[in-house]
Design a protein around this ligand. Structure first.
Ligand SMILES: Cc1cc2nc3c(=O)[nH]c(=O)nc-3n(C[C@H](O)[C@H](O)[C@H](O)COP(=O)(O)OP(=O)(O)OC[C@H]3O[C@@H](n4cnc5c(N)ncnc54)[C@H](O)[C@@H]3O)c2cc1C
Length: 310
């Protein structure tokens, strides 16, 4: 495994460091440390500084302000440097998941509608996958979408929908063919505005008294067929691609490492908590090695994204 950065990667990192030093005010640092207390207004201002440099649109089509695609190692450097600086977090759901999904599988109309609204922050997205009886066994999901002319009529319930209460849009897995030979084969993905009549969003309060999670109920929700991503009954393929994007950032490893360092600064050298901290640091270091090995594998052509079209 080659962990050394190439000359291009070092130049990319140094440019980014210079940009952060010049553009991230001290008082914006740390606003994403606790996810339930993220300051959305500060995050927006930070995104508005990142966007003109192309830092939010790597791999996007040029027509939407895109710049050439980054390598996985560049993505890693970007996340690491922002985490080191405790910069406001770039929203994973919109930039790390929905945008690449729409670019890969969306219609031209969907790209033109959604990409600019993600960049401007007009749309926030929620992920409507899990259901009360469909978590690990996601393919057993029951939320149904019955075709009526050029509309689907959606009925059912999602759960654990992070930030649905802030979202303007949901991407949802729904069952479009209840008679398919395999449960995975009868699923489609729909893009549904949260203000569509028949949608009810209810908070689930966490043990710490925070509100990230929600239940989302669909009661005869009418969605145009044009709101479907890709082909009918191919939703499982798109979901797998999406989950492979999600895996890139879901662990928020660099942020975790930065927080562990901060905790270390607060604990005395002889405090017994140091042992617990050291164990966590070792776990994080092991995960980091695993990530780096994967990115090094990508240099050698490993396929990191599940894409049924490639
Ligand atoms: C921070 C966070 C954010 C989330 N945000 C979203 C979101 O925005 N949108 C969304 O759709 N979902 C979201 N989820 C939900 C998440 O995807 C589900 O929690 C996950 O799919 C697991 O489902 P479950 O909670 O129903 O657990 P279950 O599937 O009921 O599993 C419970 C336990 O049983 C074990 N288990 C399950 N099946 C088996 C088996 N066959 N053999 C052995 N053991 C088994 C599991 O490993 C687990 O330990 C979020 C979850 C978390 C933690």
């Amino acid at each position: 495994m080659d962990l050394d950065l190439s000359a291009d990667e070092i130049a990319f990192r140094d440019d980014l460091r210079a940009f952060i030093a010049a553009n991230l005010p001290e008082e914006w640092r740390g606003v994403s440390d606790v996810s339930s207390r993220v300051d959305d207004a500060v995050t927006r201002q930070w995104l508005d500084r990142l966007a003109p440099q192309g830092y939010l649109t790597a791999g996007w089509p040029a027509a939407f302000g895109g710049v050439p695609k980054w390598t996985p190692m560049q993505q890693h450097i970007f996340r690491s440097e922002l985490a080191r600086a405790r910069a406001p977090e770039v929203p994973m759901m919109e930039f790390g998941m929905v945008a690449p999904l729409v670019i890969l599988f969306g219609s031209d109309e969907q790209k033109a509608r959604f990409l600019p609204r993600i960049l401007s922050g007009e749309d926030r997205w929620g992920q409507g996958f899990s259901e009360p009886q469909a978590g690990s066994d996601l393919a057993s999901l029951r939320t149904s979408a019955r075709r009526e002319g050029d509309e689907y009529v959606v009925n059912g319930q999602k759960i654990w929908t992070t930030f649905a209460h802030k979202a303007t849009m949901l991407f949802c897995l729904v069952r479009t063919d209840p008679d398919a030979a395999r449960p995975h084969a009868g699923i489609s993905m729909l893009f549904i505005p949260t203000d569509t009549p028949g949608i009810t969003i209810r908070p689930i309060w966490t043990i710490e008294g925070a509100h990230h999670f929600n239940e989302v109920f669909f009661d005869d929700v009418r969605v145009p067929v044009s709101a479907r991503l890709g082909e009918e009954n191919k939703g499982w393929d798109y979901a797998r691609a999406l989950l492979s994007f999600e895996r890139f950032g879901a662990a928020a490893l660099q942020t975790t490492q930065e927080i562990l360092t901060q905790i270390g600064d607060l604990i005395d050298a002889d405090d017994p908590l140091r042992l617990d901290l050291a164990a966590l640091e070792a776990e994080a270091a092991a995960l980091e090695m695993y990530e780096l090995r994967t990115f090094d594998g990508a240099r050698a052509g490993w396929r990191l994204v599940s894409n049924p079209r490639s």
